[in-house]
Design a protein around this ligand. Structure first.
Ligand SMILES: [Mn+2]
Length: 270
């Protein structure tokens, strides 16, 4: 049995199938960890979520910002935008079931000493904190009041972590850190604007994983979300979003030996 962590799929279903072929994925034996953003921008959001649902005993996935965005559209909190490619997923006869499954996914997963999140964690958080905060959000997402909860999710404030935030603010920064974080200002506030490459990052910003005194330093973290960062495997951070939906590659990391496998974007996906 092998575990493969796979980067942001974003509806690139055929690239995903190509990658499964490349890693010689054995159904019923191997496991897949998906870093989130299963859907949107690519053409195959419905197909990838159906595949994951059908194979859910082999799949461990965390929510990404696009998955949450899809949920907000599904439950009529916001209207789809011009770049969204979610209509077949929204109109499918099994749409309700598939979205129920998406809604049940956590923001963070910890197993075999790896922490997996879509984007990042705040420097003040330990692994235990991250899992507790993920659970707080999941409890609300899985509750009867999930629509009300999703309605309060949007916004860039607060941008700094504090343990004394009110319930909505606390949930919002937990979601923003785990699903949208790339860089922090020197005072620890999240920067929501910079999405480019590391080498061009303004000096006043630091990538979240290099922020001083980050409390998760000793636990390897698997993440995606930052396609311009490209593949980064450096012991403490395994960033595996290699921009499949932007015509680059889809990447799998085999946890046992840290082998990296990748396929070019399949032209049917974008
Ligand atoms: Mn993302």
């Amino acid at each position: 049995m092998a575990i493969y962590a796979i980067g942001d799929i974003q509806g690139c279903y055929y690239s995903f199938l190509d990658l499964l072929k490349k890693i010689k994925f054995k159904r019923g034996r191997d496991k897949l960890w998906l870093v989130g953003d299963l859907v949107n921008r690519g053409k195959g959001s419905l197909e990838i979520v159906r595949w994951c649902y059908k194979n859910k005993s082999s799949v461990t996935a965390v929510l990404g910002n696009h998955d949450l965005h899809a949920l907000a559209i599904k439950y009529k909190i916001i209207e789809p935008g011009d770049e969204d490619t979610l209509s077949s997923l929204l109109k499918a006869k099994d749409s309700d079931l598939l979205f129920e499954w998406l809604r049940s996914l956590p923001l963070a997963h910890y197993e075999k000493k790896y922490l997996m999140v879509h984007a990042g964690v705040m420097p003040q958080w330990t692994v235990e904190n991250t899992l507790k905060f993920s659970k707080e959000v999941s409890t609300q997402l899985r509750s009867k009041k999930y629509i009300e909860f999703l309605s309060s999710m949007y916004g860039n404030k607060p941008d700094k972590w504090s343990s004394t935030l009110n319930k909505n603010d606390r949930a919002r920064i937990i979601i923003n850190a785990t699903t949208r974080l790339r860089a922090l200002n020197s005072d620890g506030a999240i920067d929501f604007t910079y999405k480019g490459e590391l080498k061009n990052m303004p000096k006043k910003l630091k990538p979240w994983f290099d922020f001083s005194k980050r409390k998760t330093k000793d636990s390897p973290i698997i993440c995606g979300h930052w396609s311009a960062l490209g593949l980064m495997t450096r012991g403490d951070i395994f960033a595996i979003d290699t921009g499949c939906v932007w015509g680059r590659t889809l990447t799998a990391l085999r946890l046992d030996d840290k082998s990296v496998f990748s396929v070019k974007t399949n032209s049917k996906d974008i």
